[in-house]
Design a protein around this ligand. Structure first.
Ligand SMILES: Cc1ncc(COP(=O)(O)O)c(C=O)c1O
Length: 364
């Protein structure tokens, strides 16, 4: 029995009829770019996140980019973020000409280590982007307190955390803006590229709406340099269908995670320690071990196919070599990059498959 890290075909098989009908409605209406289906999804996603506004954009990367613009961050400014995240968290900062300033992660929760943030704050720092890594909210209270003390904006990168809870509230609305990716493999994924921003601030909402639409508030009048980063009607219709299943899917991910956490009994394996007050949605179930390549080979030899998220931390990526970081700067992020392995995790994974993964890991 081959057990993949992720299999979207199982979800599509269940939803095919419903999704095809939803896409057909958009096609018959020729409402392809923005339009009523995008508006409808924005309304339901804002409601889901308990925020006042949601703005659909082209991808999670667009979401982060446009939020940096909307906060008027630019050349000469610095933005703090964790070193161990998907690179796109940093892209938005670089796109506006600002400088990403990386911070190490906590050795146990693998999220940004709040105790290391203040040492990185300078008079140029404008914002902190926290990442709810692998679906588990970071220590929002601690990071928020630092942001407030230093008059910095807090932005949440929620790309991996649709529906995750912190102190009983959905992520996205804690900072000035929450950025979501709806990449097909995410907990809530489109049938192509899509993203969104949630916010409680009407001025950020208005600015994002203009920025994504060529800097325009009235057709053919352009108030600032804008972008074409609108949400597609077809993607919005797909997302509206899938949003109805998100809680069910997240509950199933949590059930699989519980099986893993209770079943894995191997001293060589560590798992992500829960952040107090946080309820993960387990976008990924990552384990860490000293001999990652050995564990990977062992799993693959038993037809279990894991992933790696991520093999190189942002500060050591070639694209950021000009920032002058070196190996040893962020020991926790580097150790995680060397030791992490993502076990099969998706709602359609069966109990039988999860038990088989546990059995194989325990034999390692
Ligand atoms: C943490 C994080 N931030 C940002 C992104 C970028 O999202 P997208 O791929 O939709 O541009 C992703 C996912 O790819 C991500 O995992």
């Amino acid at each position: 029995m081959k057990i993949p890290f992720f299999d979207l075909k199982r979800q599509h098989a269940r939803l095919k009829k419903e999704i095809t009908e939803a896409i057909t409605v958009v096609m018959d209406d020729t409402a392809f770019s923005g339009g009523p289906y995008a508006d409808e999804f924005e309304k339901s996603f804002a409601k889901y996140c308990s925020t006042r506004h949601a703005v659909g954009v082209g991808s999670g990367t667009d979401a982060l980019h446009l939020v940096m613009r909307a906060l008027d961050i630019g050349p000469g400014d610095e933005v703090i973020l964790p070193a161990n995240t998907f690179i796109a968290t940093a892209w938005g900062i670089s796109y506006v000409g600002a400088k990403p300033v990386f911070v190490d992660c906590d050795p146990d929760t693998w999220n940004i280590d709040p105790s290391k943030i203040e040492a990185k704050i300078t008079e140029r720092t404008k914002a902190i982007i926290g990442v709810h890594l692998y679906g588990q909210p970071f220590d929002i209270d601690a990071v928020q307190a630092i942001a407030q003390k230093h008059l910095l904006k807090l932005v949440e990168d929620c790309a991996q955390a649709q529906g995750a809870l912190y102190n009983g509230r959905k992520v996205g609305g804690f900072g000035v803006a929450g950025c979501f990716s709806f990449y097909p493999g995410k907990n809530l994924g489109a049938y192509g590229e899509a993203g969104g921003v949630v916010t409680n601030d009407p001025s950020i909402d208005a600015r994002l709406r203009a920025l994504r639409n060529h800097g325009s508030t009235a057709k053919y009048y352009h108030d600032e340099l804008g972008f074409n980063m609108r949400l597609d009607g077809i993607q919005a219709a797909v997302l509206s269908v899938k949003l109805r299943y998100l809680d069910e899917w997240n509950a199933r991910r949590r059930a699989i995670a519980r099986m893993y956490l209770e079943g894995i009994r191997n001293k060589k394996i560590r798992t992500q320690k829960p952040e107090p007050g946080a309820e993960s949605v387990y976008h990924l179930f990552v384990v860490a071990t000293k001999d990652r390549d050995g564990l990977k080979k062992h799993l693959e030899a038993n037809d279990v196919w894991p992933g790696i998220h991520y093999p190189v931390p942002c500060h050591l990526q070639k694209a950021y070599s000009h920032l002058g970081y070196k190996k040893g700067d962020f020991p926790q992020s580097e150790a995680l990059a060397d030791g992490c392995l993502s076990l099969p995790m998706f709602p359609e994974l069966t109990d039988e498959e999860a038990l088989r993964v546990i059995e194989v890991i325990n034999r390692y």
